[in-house]
Every structure is written in structure tokens, then in C-alpha cells.
Write a protein that binds this ligand. Structure first.
Ligand code: NAI
Length: 430
């Protein structure tokens, strides 16, 4: 099965000091930049469009199209902002990528910035991951010293400054407009869209906000060509992607594979479930995506396949849970997270997540009341599509899907605590 892996971004993770400029260059790094400097900026955008790269942050919006939205007749400066605020529960692809291979991201930033005619770019990183911030800053210094950044890059006449900015550790700042508010020095809260950042983003200027993995995929597309990238994946979900496997699996970690691979194949690559574990439920893209079950083992993990199964590909954070896991307790944990991280700007999310936690907590404690399942569904109905941003919608996904597949566990919570049905000691996770 190992031939289904397509190590591109992860190819050098095991190399000695992979994160250094020397190691990256020795592997052919910065060749994409060299080539891109000979290309017209619009031709770079066309190449990325032809490759079919879709945003790797979760939503899957076509990257080249987003770049093409930047209005070049707008006199304001243009900005590229890399969203490195990875914090979706279960998602752990961008942080290891930046630790192991910061230069592929920096190379992608330079190519993308030139394509959209930006002269200032930012990487907005979670404040907690100090080790990543240090590594990125060291790599940026190396890139300046090598002439990849700064004035007149390699005699091309193109100037670019790249700033690594540390956030303060709020999940909401991964929402692109809250991120921009935070970058401007304000409390991070989402802005009304439209206007989208492409039209009015950082300092009300045209801004591309792209996920780390999206930008890091660009050097390969330029160096290898759009056809090479598009030869991987499925018709509408092209290329490679990093899948993060966690939970009751034998070998958790990051697996880079073409989009469209199935969980069954990934589990084979990951050594299967842990001994004694049977698959009970899983998330395809972090806790904001509806749960799936063992009946979905052969669903193609691409935007269309997962969508058709009633969920979303999201961040490809595959969290795997076995028969010892209480779905009620698991969903409660996630909902507590959303309640804590709700920015408070809109009522459905601020109040709704609080009520969801109260209701789930009493079901978890075996003190559910008649009508609590309907109450949960009603609360979710009042949040979904009514919250200001995707945080509220995401909070409802695990709850409604858990009730759809495991209603009996919620019903059991009217009389029996989850800890009696699923003793924590029996689970290696909770
Ligand atoms: P979205 O679909 O509203 O937008 C996606 C991107 O396309 C944005 O950059 C947006 O500006 C752009 N866009 C969409 N329509 C546009 C238009 N007409 N003109 C110009 N630009 C346009 O999705 P959203 O709300 O930005 O993100 C939701 C996703 O985030 C979810 O799918 C979820 O999987 C993911 N997510 C990721 C997390 C992480 O840690 N990586 C955390 C939480 C959620």
C-alpha cells in the first residue's frame, strides 16, 4: 500500500536538519522561485489555476481563483497573509510542516506574493507554538541572507518583506477576518463578509489569506508544472494533501497522499487500529466536520466524496475512536472547547454553545431530562447558518451527527452516566 503515499511536502521530514536552508536547497528547494521569477505574475496565477489547487485550510476554495480576485487597479498595497493559526481539534499538519520544512512555505510565500503583486507578506502563527515561531524566524533570516527576500530579489527588481507574527492563542483568530483584525492590533473578532479580504482585507486593502499547506504546495506546482500536480487526486480535488491520523490507531501521524484516498487505505498505511480496537466513529476533518462511522471506510477523502457522505473534508484531521469511547463525552469535550473559544460577538454562538454544554453535561452525567435530545437539535438548528462565522456552525456538526448515528447513547444518558457505560479506565483516550 505504500505506493499510495505521495511524499512531497513531507518528503524531507526525516532528513538531518531538514529545516535548514542548506538541506532544503540540496533537495532542489527554491527551484520553483527561480523559475517563477522568469514568469509573468499572471502566468503564475494561471499555472496555479490549471493545477486545480484548492485551499488546504478546510474550505477548499480554488487558490488560483482567489489570487485572481485581487483587484490590480486598486491603488492600495496588496498583502499576502498566511494563516498559520492551526487549531482545529485534531488538526496537526501545518505545525509539523513548518517545523520540518519552513523553507517550502517561505518559497511559496515569495512566489504567491509576486503573483498578486504584494510587497509585504505575513505569516500569522499561533502564539503558543513558540518553537514554530523561532524556527520560522530563523528560516526567514536565512532566506534574507540568501537574497530570496528583501530588495531586488535575485536581480528581478521584485521586493518583498516577510514578517512572522505571533498571535495570542485564540481559535477564532484562525477565521480569516478575525485574524486580520488581530494582525491590525485589535481583539480578533470576525468581520462581515462580503467584502471578502481579496477586496478589502488587511488595512482595508486587497489581501489574500491562504493556509500554510496551500502556500507550501505552490513551489512544487511551479517547479513540477500544473499537469504533474493535477495528475494526482480526483477530477475535482486535485493534488496531494497531508492527512493527520490520531486516536485509536496503531501508528498515528501525518500521511501525505493524493486526495481521494480512503480511510481504509490510510488505516492500512497507519498499521490499522490499535490491537483490540474496533472503529466506532471518526472525523474526516477535525471536530467541526460531521462524524462518520465504519460504514464510511471507503468514502473517497476528497471534497466531493466526503460531502456526498454527509460530512466535509475540512482539514483532513482524521480522529479515530474505538468502541470504548463515549460519543456523548467526546462531543461534550468538543462543545466545551467551542463554548470557551466563542468570541462572543454573535448571540447564537455565544449563548447557544453555553446551552449546548449545559444540556450535554447533564446527559453525560446520566441526568438528562425528557426532551433534551430535541433541545440539542433545536439549539443546533438555531445556531447553524445563523452564527456570524463558521465557528458556530462547526460546533453543531459533531452533535447533530452523533445524535444521527448514536441516538441510543444520548437516550441512555437520561438514566446512566457515560462513565458507567464507557468506563474511562477502559479507554486509552479519555
Ligand atoms: P469560506 O468558504 O467562506 O471561504 C473560503 C475562502 O474563500 C476564504 O478565504 C474566503 O475569503 C474566500 N472566498 C469565498 N468566497 C469568495 C468570494 N466570493 N470572493 C472572494 N473570496 C471568496 O470558508 P471559511 O469560513 O473562510 O472557512 C471555513 C473552513 O475553515 C471550514 O471548512 C473548516 O474546515 C476550516 N477550519 C479550519 C481550521 C484550522 O485549524 N485549519 C479551524 C476551523 C475551521
Amino acid at each position: 500500500m505504500t505506493d499510495t503515499l505521495t511524499p512531497v511536502l513531507t518528503a524531507n521530514w526525516a532528513d538531518d536538519r531538514a529545516w535548514t536552508l542548506d538541506a532544503y536547497t540540496a533537495r532542489g528547494g527554491y527551484r520553483g522561485l527561480e523559475k517563477s521569477l522568469t514568469m509573468d505574475p499572471d502566468a503564475i496565477i494561471e499555472e496555479v489555476k490549471d493545477a486545480g489547487l484548492r485551499g488546504r485550510g478546510g474550505a477548499g476554495f480554488p487558490t488560483g481563483m482567489k489570487w485572481g480576485f485581487i483587484p490590480q487597479d486598486n491603488p492600495n498595497p496588496k498583502y499576502l497573509v498566511v494563516n498559520a493559526d492551526e487549531s482545529e481539534p485534531g488538526t496537526c499538519k501545518d505545525i509539523p510542516l513548518m517545523m520540518a520544512n519552513p523553507h517550502v512555505l517561505i518559497e511559496g510565500v515569495i512566489i504567491a506574493s509576486r503573483a498578486i503583486r504584494a510587497h509585504t507578506a505575513f505569516i500569522y502563527v499561533r502564539g503558543e507554538v513558540l518553537h514554530v515561531i523561532r524556527r520560522l524566524r530563523a528560516a526567514v533570516r536565512e532566506a534574507y541572507d540568501a537574497g530570496h527576500l528583501g530588495r531586488d530579489i535575485h536581480g528581478s527588481g521584485y521586493d518583498l518583506d516577510l514578517i512572522v507574527h505571533a498571535g495570542a492563542g485564540a481559535y477564532i483568530c484562525g477565521e480569516e477576518t478575525a485574524l486580520l483584525d488581530s494582525l491590525e492590533g485589535r481583539r480578533g473578532q470576525p468581520r462581515l463578509r462580503p467584502p471578502f479580504p481579496a477586496v478589502a482585507g488587511l488595512y482595508a486593502s486587497p489581501t489574500v489569506v491562504n493556509n500554510v499547506e496551500s502556500v507550501a504546495s505552490v513551489p512544487g506546482i511551479i517547479a513540477g508544472g500544473a499537469d504533474w500536480f493535477a495528475s494526482m487526486g480526483t477530477e475535482k480535488s486535485k493534488g496531494h494533501g497531508i492527512f493527520s491520523l490520531s486516536g485509536h490507531v496503531a501508528k498515528p501521524g501525518q500521511y501525505e497522499a493524493p486526495l481521494g484516498i480512503t480511510l481504509r487505505e490510510l488505516l492500512d498505511l497507519g498499521g490499522g487500529m490499535r490491537p483490540g480496537s474496533e472503529l466506532k466513529f471518526w472525523t474526516p476533518g477535525g471536530s467541526s466536520t460531521p462524524l462518520l462511522t465504519a460504514e464510511h471506510l471507503d468514502v473517497p477523502l476528497d471534497f466531493e466524496g466526503v460531502g456526498a457522505a454527509g460530512s466535509m473534508l475540512g482539514t483532513r484531521a482524521l480522529q479515530i475512536f474505538d468502541q470504548t469511547t463515549s460519543v456523548v463525552r467526546c462531543v461534550l469535550r468538543w462543545t466545551e472547547f467551542y463554548k470557551h473559544e466563542s468570541c462572543g460577538k454573535c448571540t447564537p454562538c455565544r449563548e447557544g454553545t453555553w446551552w449546548l454544554v449545559q444540556t450535554l453535561r447533564r446527559i453525560d452525567e446520566g441526568q438528562g431530562q425528557p426532551g433534551d435530545i430535541e433541545l440539542l437539535l433545536d439549539l443546533c438548528d438555531n445556531i447553524l447558518g445563523r452564527a456570524f462565522c463558521a465557528l458556530g456552525d462547526g460546533a453543531t456538526s459533531p452533535i447533530t451527527s452523533a445524535i444521527q448515528y448514536f441516538r441510543e447513547e444520548f437516550e441512555a444518558g437520561m438514566t446512566t452516566p457515560s462513565r458507567d457505560l464507557f468506563p474511562p479506565a477502559a479507554s486509552t483516550l479519555f
